[in-house]
Design a protein around this ligand. Structure first.
Ligand code: ZN
Ligand code: FE
Length: 275
């Protein structure tokens, strides 16, 4: 006869909710730590030190590294993190050269992060860099997106490898995900993004009230991310290049460019570069 408690020891019964913690690094980066029970996965560890500190503080075992693109502020901690962790899987974009990636990924691939009970689908999102990928999945039923420097809260990444056309098409793909999707981007840029957004979409009441919320959060020293796709569609000018207000703003800055979505998007992106 088995003792009663053995029935209660089924590991499925003991799954804690998935926690997604922002680990700040450098001036503006968030390294995302996904934790469940004693396991953790890190997204875009630009620096190993704050991750090691967080793992130690919460008594977590690192079970995988997930990368969105090759920039140093997203991969700089990989070599140190894998040093004493033999066999640690490192997921990353197939179309970028990144040392230590063990599982090169592209559109349509799916990863199973067994230790934290999370599956993520890979989406190609070129634009910020040419091989940039994003990861979408359901964390305990909640849709979540890890999109690196592609979609930001209130903005988008600069063109540092791809074209405006590619970035627009990547953002359009992201916008087709469920509205409730939580957007875990890699930088705290919301305030300056919204300052720019208000110059090109000043009459947007969603944007005005979001600015008030974000100012309050920053004043209290809190993160403004994750946001949601609902919020982004209401306020992010780079998801709104098909709106007459944004097209009129593009037309004012660069006559002729407010006639279509791509030209509007391109003008907005270059305006933001010089903002
Ligand atoms: Zn980047
Ligand atoms: Fe970055």
């Amino acid at each position: 006869m088995f003792p009663f408690f053995s029935i209660c020891m089924n590991p499925i019964d003991r799954l804690d909710p998935l926690l997604i913690l922002p680990v700040p690094a450098f001036q503006t980066n968030y390294l995302w730590l996904l934790c469940r029970n004693q396991h953790a996965v890190v997204v875009d560890p630009g620096d190993a030190q704050p991750i090691e500190a967080a793992l130690q503080k919460h008594a977590l075992d690192l079970s995988a590294i997930v990368l969105t693109h090759h920039h140093q502020d997203h991969i700089g901690g990989v070599a140190d993190l894998i040093r004493n962790r033999t066999g640690l899987p490192v997921y990353g974009p197939r179309n970028e050269v990144i040392a230590h990636v063990t599982h090169p990924l592209g559109q349509g691939d799916r990863i199973k992060l067994q230790e934290i009970d999370l599956e993520l689908n890979v989406i190609d999102v070129p634009g910020h860099t040419l091989g940039h990928i994003a990861y979408f999945g359901y964390a305990d039923g909640q849709p979540v997106l890890f999109c690196g420097d592609t979609l930001f809260s209130g903005g988008c990444g600069r063109l540092l490898g791809g074209t405006a056309k590619q970035l627009l098409s990547s953002l359009t793909k992201i916008a087709a995900l469920p509205d409730a999707t939580r957007v875990y981007c890699a930088h705290e840029y919301t305030l300056s993004n919204l300052e720019f957004a208000l110059t090109v979409d000043p009459d947007n009441s969603h944007l005005q009230s979001r600015m008030a919320d974000v100012l309050a959060l920053r004043k209290a020293g809190q993160a403004t991310v994750p946001s949601t796709l609902t919020i982004e569609k209401q306020t992010n000018p780079f998801l709104r290049a098909d709106y007459p207000n944004l097209q009129a703003s593009a037309e004012r800055i660069k006559p002729g460019s407010g006639q279509n979505v791509l030209d509007t998007f391109t003008t907005l992106r270059s305006m933001k570069d010089n903002f």
